[in-house]
Design a protein around this ligand. Structure first.
Ligand code: SF4
Length: 224
């Protein structure tokens, strides 16, 4: 996959709709607008990670506020304790970018680095942001497994693979929770339901489903 200058991602303004949205975004109750990150949110984690977890996009009052993926919102509140239990994080809670959270064997980012209205990036916004995803992947020399949270992240990652001729047909890789594919480049892709508050509240994703999936991911990382 091609490289891209990750150092510029926080200054990227390529998606005008997302720039307009963040300009208008009112802070959540109890917060001040000047405390919000309100810029593209880069990934973070273990540079020697074997596992790369890709979400959809920053939450309006989570990652877009704190500047770190899945930090300060319901999706992270659900996920980080489970990642801790699975040995991928040194602590259960993720409240701010300087809270001491360290990921182990795991790197986390989003398919789209800027917060979208209604959590729905447009096709063009996924496309604009894919070079950053490729650059993040290129910086992980030990990578074995990509975990995608939700269909949007899965589709964008598979489109990236198609664009780089890693795969030949998107139709060979349908999305389903728990689906896993060994790609021709030797990496595994594992699909997971998103850990959004909506999916948690409706029971689409449960703690046990996520723990079971991450156990499988650990096995793939260790035994391929
Ligand atoms: S979503 Fe990605 S490509 Fe679009 S402005 Fe943000 S960082 Fe740039």
């Amino acid at each position: 996959m091609t490289d891209y200058d990750l150092n510029t991602v926080v200054a990227c303004t390529r998606c005008s709709r997302l720039m307009d949205y963040v300009d208008r975004l009112a802070p959540a109750k109890g917060h001040r607008r000047e405390d919000y990150w309100n810029r593209p949110v880069p990934g973070f984690g273990d540079p020697l990670a074997r596992v790369f977890l890709i979400g959809l996009a920053p939450g309006a009052h989570g990652a877009n506020r704190t500047g770190r993926p899945f930090t300060g919102d319901g999706a992270g509140d659900f996920m980080y304790p489970l990642l801790h239990a699975a040995g991928f994080a040194n602590r259960q809670a993720a409240a701010s970018a300087d809270d001491g959270l360290v990921l182990q064997d795991l790197y986390i980012s989003n398919a789209v680095k800027c917060v979208p209205p209604q959590n729905k990036p447009l096709t063009a916004e996924f496309k604009h942001c894919r070079p950053y995803l490729a650059a993040e992947q290129a910086r992980l020399p030990n990578l074995k497994v990509i975990v995608t949270l939700g269909r949007g992240a899965f589709d964008s990652y598979m489109r990236l693979c198609l664009d780089h001729a890693v795969i030949q047909r998107l139709g060979d890789y349908p999305f389903a929770h728990g689906a896993r594919y060994l790609l021709p480049d030797g990496l595994w892709v594992v699909a997971c339901y998103h850990t959004s508050r909506y999916n948690v509240n409706t029971g689409r994703i449960t703690e046990q489903l996520f723990i079971d999936l991450m156990e499988q991911v650990r096995g793939l990382a260790e035994n391929g």
